[in-house]
Every structure is written in C-alpha cells, then in structure tokens.
Design a protein around this ligand. Structure first.
Ligand code: PHE
Length: 344
C-alpha cells in the first residue's frame, strides 16, 4: 500500500509538472484527489490493515494528498502568472504612437466677429438688442422716413410676405422699435446684430441673406463728432491701431447728414493698390445723424434729443479682416473653410 501511494504520488506530480493549462491541472486534481480518485480508493482499503499499519498509511496518504495539492497550487500560480504576463504583453500600449486627431467644433467665423463687435460696444456702454426677422412695412420703411412709394425703397429689394409684412431688409427697424417701445423717453444706446434679407442674386459679394449690426445712440447733445469717435475706435479695434477712417457724404432716408465710412487700406496704407482698387480706402459701413423725422415718429422731441446711427455687415468685416474672397463661404459650411478660423 505504501508503494502504491508512492507510485500514485509520483504519477500525479509528473502530470502536474507537464500540465500546460489550468484545465489540465483541474483534471489532475479531480483524478487524484477527487472522491473517486485512486488515493481515496487506497484509503478505503485501510480497514484491512493491522492497527499498527493504519496510522502509518493514514499519515502517508495525507502527506501524499498534501504534496499533490501543494504542487497543483504552486503550478496553478505559475500558469496564472504566465497568463497575466502574456495578457499584459498583448495589451501593451505604445505611448510613442501618434494620437488619433479628435475633431472639435468651434464657433463660426461670423459668430466670432459679431461677438467681438458686441464686446467692444458693450465696453462703450451699449446694450445688445434683438428684433424680429419678419418685419412690418411700417418699421422696416415708414418709421425710418421711407413712406410708401418713396424711391429710396428701391435701394433695398425686398421679400414681401404679405402687403404689409416682409423679411427685414436691414436691422434699422430695431432703431425705431427700441425708441418707440420706450414709455418714458430717455437716452438710448444700443446695438442690434441680426439676419437681414434682400432680393439679390447670390455671387461672390452678394447674398440674399446676410448679417448686419445696427448701432443707435440717442441723447441730449449727441454730435457728429461722437459718431466719428465711436467709429474710429471700432475701426482700430477690429482692424488695427494703425488704421485711419474717412467719412464720405452719402444718403440714407433715416439719417441726415448721412455718411459712408471707409478705412485706410491695410496693404498700402492709403497709397493705392489692388486690394483697395487704387483708392487707398475701403468702404465699411453706412451711418449718420438720426433724421429728426425718425426721432419725432418714435416720440422723441428732435429739439431736445439728437442721435447717431450706423449699420455694418459683419460678413464684409470678416472678409476684409481675414481675406475671405467669397461671401458664400459663410453659408456653405465647408469645414475646410470653417476650421481655419477656430483659432482666429
Ligand atoms: N440700414 C442701412 C443699410 O442697410 C445702413 C445704415 C444704418 C445707414 C444706420 C445709416 C444708419 O444700408
């Protein structure tokens, strides 16, 4: 019996030794140490032994079981460690590999320009207002001194919805709305960014929909020099401190006098080059002193109050600032165009 046990032990230990997987080890455990295994079998026959032999064989059997079990446990640890090692090797990350670029969005160039302009004017004490895109004929034209049949209405071809409703052709109606809406007339200082619509054929410099920012400042003793000062600050802020402005006489029915503002060409600084069509100046916006009729219609006494207004196109400003050569780039949303300005 003693020999039988020793042979079994040897056999089992050899099998443990050559086992390659946890499953094989488990099989050895079941085969040798299980209830139906040969060692249990041997122990069952102990009844036939003499009382002297019994404890000796008993002890030996326990020792054999212990040895086999220990060998299995230690082999199991070895296999598991090897498996872990292999897994770690497979999952190894090469930290020197270049990363996959993550595509992140960013604000649209136009949004940035509008926000930049808003920030400047907020700093100058202006409020930011909004008005409806579908506007009444009254606010879009009449309240701005453009009565029905006035030839200057043709300056802005319009999309009419009904006889009395249209898509606003400019942000100027917000001037009239703001002043009209005030119960108690008091100084107004606001800008209004928004979409405007005109019946234009789309090309590199025209779009049937574009953006404008209106400005209005009404108070006692507002003068043309105030307008000039604010516009000069605006031009230098947006285009660089070395820019000069020039006001040219112009005509808008809602301002008197009316001007158009040019900035000095950044390429030639007024000398004349291709960018400025040899004039040295680039037109930026329209402005003027609020027409007394407009003030009056909005309930402001033109003898007490005066004001200035201006209207500009952020697309044009962005085009000049960043050299964008086609207004349609703003609306066709080609990411190759858009992403160039994420850092701008
Ligand atoms: N509303 C005018 C336009 O769209 C611009 C403007 C605004 C001119 C305010 C003067 C004063 O052309």
């Amino acid at each position: 019996m003693k020999e039988q046990l020793q042979v079994l032990e040897q056999e089992a230990l050899t099998k443990v030794e050559i086992a390659q997987s946890l499953q094989e080890l488990q099989d050895v455990r079941v085969a040798y140490l299980g209830k139906k295994g040969p060692i249990t079998e041997v122990l069952r026959g102990m009844g036939k032994l003499s009382p002297e032999e019994r404890p000796i064989i008993g002890e030996l059997a326990n020792k054999v079981r212990g040895n086999i079990s220990e060998a299995i446990d230690s082999k199991k640890a070895t296999i598991e460690a090897a498996q872990l090692e292999k897994q770690l090797e497979n999952e190894q990350i090469d930290v020197t590999l270049p990363g996959r670029p993550v595509n992140v969005g960013g604000p649209h160039l136009l949004t940035k320009i509008v926000e930049e302009i808003e920030d400047l004017f907020i700093g100058l004490g202006f409020e930011v207002r909004e008005g409806p895109e579908v506007e009444t004929d009254y606010y879009n034209f009449e309240a701005l001194n453009l009565p029905k049949g006035h030839p200057a209405r043709d300056m802005q071809d319009s999309f009419y919805i009904t006889e009395d409703l249209l898509l606003r052709t400019h942000t100027s109606p917000v001037q009239a709305r703001t002043m009209n809406g005030m119960e108690k007339k008091q100084p107004v200082k606001m800008i209004c960014p928004g979409k405007v619509f005109r019946r234009d054929t789309d090309d590199a410099t025209h779009s049937h929909q574009f953006t404008q920012i209106e400005g209005l400042y009404v108070d006692k003793n507002v003068r043309m020099s105030d307008l000039k000062g604010v516009l000069d600050r605006f031009a230098k802020h947006m285009f660089g401190e070395d820019r000069e402005i020039r006001l040219r006489p112009s005509f808008f029915p809602f301002t008197e006098p009316s001007v158009e503002m040019d900035i000095s060409c950044k390429v030639c600084h007024g000398e004349g080059c291709n960018v400025c069509k040899r004039t040295g100046w680039i037109e930026i916006l329209g402005a003027g002193m609020v027409h007394p009729r407009v003030l009056e219609m909005a309930g402001f006494d033109p003898k007490v109050y005066s004001g200035f207004a201006f209207g500009m196109g952020p697309e044009r400003i962005a085009m000049l600032k960043y050299g964008v050569d086609d207004i349609r780039h703003f609306y066709t949303n080609d990411v190759r165009f858009l992403k160039q300005y994420h850092q701008a």
